[in-house]
Design a protein around this ligand. Structure first.
Ligand SMILES: Nc1ncnc2c1ncn2[C@@H]1O[C@H](COP(=O)(O)OP(=O)(O)O)[C@@H](O)[C@H]1O
Ligand SMILES: [Mg+2]
Length: 282
């Protein structure tokens, strides 16, 4: 699990066949906001990423290196390409050109086993898609037992542990339908974590929730940040982004328009488009 963060270079981490997900979780609470963390190994290396749907170019050349332990908030107007960017990181969308390398795996390379990459990146969406015909425990145990062949008793023990970390231990045998939106989303996070990903992606994880549910889900994300989980979060929760991020990226019209520490981006925005955006959302 432990990573040395002394590596000054920005070389991608060489794939290690023996460990699926170790890279990405930096040792020791790296996610403290305001302390830019760019010394760890690069776990995601995006170069010249372009994505076109039909005639629409949605991503117009994105360059981004994510270091182990970084917590990156991606902000920007609707339609900027934020979701498409996240989807390109775990192969849900295929880049039109450019490269995306995750823990040393080039996701565009046909020789790359995309399932292996996906096992290293957990993703939580706006709409928690829990399987309604399974209990909470079964939802969490499904991927580890099916894909990683973890024995059921071990997978259940891990599910208990994960539910404890999201504050829902007592719901282990509940039916998802009986849960509130915020509880469902926390189960969805636990389900993602069950594969022991080194990187977590959150795409507006709190946008569909009633306001009183938002805090509990943000707390789970905050706890992950404090444990040093490498994360990219698309969020409209600006106060949260400011608090929890090591870096904030502002995207607009398919490009990274500006990025920096939370203090820089929120406190001293340079680009007129970022200033205009912030004037509407703050
Ligand atoms: N599968 C798709 N087919 C066609 N257009 C798409 C598809 N996915 C996204 N788009 C378009 O790409 C643009 C950016 O979308 P998206 O990445 O969802 O932006 P954001 O998450 O920043 O709101 C939008 O104009 C959207 O309509
Ligand atoms: Mg989106």
């Amino acid at each position: 699990m432990s990573e040395t963060n002394e590596n000054e270079t920005v070389q991608p981490v060489t794939p290690d066949k023996g460990s699926t997900a170790g890279a990405g979780v930096a040792g020791g609470g790296a996610g403290a906001a305001g302390a830019p963390l760019d010394k760890g190994p690069v776990v995601i290396d995006v170069r010249g990423l372009r994505k076109t749907f039909g005639k629409t170019e949605v991503l117009k050349g994105i360059d981004c290196q994510v270091h182990a332990g970084e917590v990156i908030s991606i902000i920007g107007p609707s339609g900027a390409g934020k979701s498409t960017f996240l989807r390109c990181l775990n192969g849900l969308d295929t880049p039109t050109s450019g490269s995306v390398v995750v823990n040393g795996y080039d996701i565009a390379d046909p020789k790359t086993d995309i399932d292996k990459v996906r096992a290293q990146i957990g993703m939580v969406f706006q709409h928690f898609n829990l399987f309604p015909n399974m209990t909470v425990a079964e939802n969490i145990m499904l991927a580890p037992t099916l894909i990683k062949k973890v024995p059921a008793d071990k997978a259940r023990a891990r599910a208990v542990e994960l539910l404890r970390t999201v504050g829902l231990e007592e719901k282990i045998d509940a039916n998802p339908e009986s849960l509130s939106g915020g509880q469902k989303q926390r189960v969805a996070i636990a389900r993602s974590l069950a594969m022991d990903p080194g990187i977590m992606l959150f795409d507006e994880a709190t946008s569909a929730l009633d306001p009183e549910m938002v805090g509990d889900v943000l707390q789970v994300i905050r706890d992950l940040a404090n444990k040093g989980m490498t994360m990219l979060l698309v969020t409209h929760e600006m106060a949260f982004a400011r608090e929890v991020s090591t870096r904030v990226i502002f995207t607009d019209a398919g490009v990274i328009e500006e990025e920096g520490t939370p203090a820089q981006v929120f406190g001293n925005p340079q680009s007129p488009r970022l200033r205009s955006f912030l004037s509407k959302v703050l």
